[in-house]
Design a protein around this ligand. Structure first.
Ligand SMILES: Cc1cc2nc3c(=O)[nH]c(=O)nc-3n(C[C@H](O)[C@H](O)[C@H](O)COP(=O)(O)O)c2cc1C
Length: 170
């Protein structure tokens, strides 16, 4: 069952839930995946609601978003889902079908092909309208040494929010 919400209504929840981690879902050609993100959030850019996500180019998710140019976000509001967050935040599609391992039910987006996770409640469907790979020359030294020392770079994806809702599994 879908409950309609307005786009900024749960912006605070998004921010609060980012610290433990929220699910970033992707799909391309029949392959579906989810991973955890801790950075990003809902913004207003060019007068539009935009979900920003930062994805390292070493993630399987990076390849899926590059191909599909869309993603969905699923956020648990009823349970902390600690086990599932730990799993999806450390394991890759290269080794695991994470939907299967976590017993997640994929439900196709209302506007996009990419599914949402039915076991979560708050969802955003996002179409990539712009991306920017971080210019490491401009990254502060103390950030570089902490986050990019021999590590893959981040690409910031600007996902225009084309749908948002609460989903209650029946
Ligand atoms: C709390 C938490 C936050 C994370 N935030 C991000 C993030 O913002 N960007 C990112 O690229 N990876 C982040 N990760 C790591 C990915 O979720 C992890 O590498 C995942 O296994 C990638 O899966 P994939 O290879 O199937 O895409 C985070 C992990 C955790 C546990």
């Amino acid at each position: 069952m879908y409950k309609e919400i307005s786009v900024f209504e749960h912006a605070n929840t998004v921010l609060e839930k980012l610290t433990p981690g929220i699910f970033l879902n992707t799909k391309f050609k029949g392959e579906i995946n989810t991973m955890i993100i801790g950075w990003g959030g809902i913004n207003i850019i060019w007068g539009r609601p935009i979900f920003l996500v930062l994805v390292r180019d070493s993630r399987a998710t990076y390849n899926l978003i590059e191909s599909s140019q869309e993603f969905t976000i699923s956020i648990p509001m009823e349970s902390p889902m600690k086990k599932e967050i730990a799993f999806c935040g450390t394991k890759s599609l290269r080794d695991y079908d994470k939907f299967k391992e976590c017993n997640f039910t994929p439900v196709k987006g209302r506007k996009l092909e990419t599914p949402i996770i039915a076991e979560c409640q708050l969802h955003y469907e996002c179409k990539v309208i712009y991306k920017q790979t971080l210019n490491q020359i401009a990254v502060p030294d103390n950030v570089k040494s902490r986050y990019y020392n021999n590590n893959a770079n981040h690409t910031v994806y600007y996902g225009e929010i084309v749908d948002q809702y609460i989903f209650v599994k029946e």
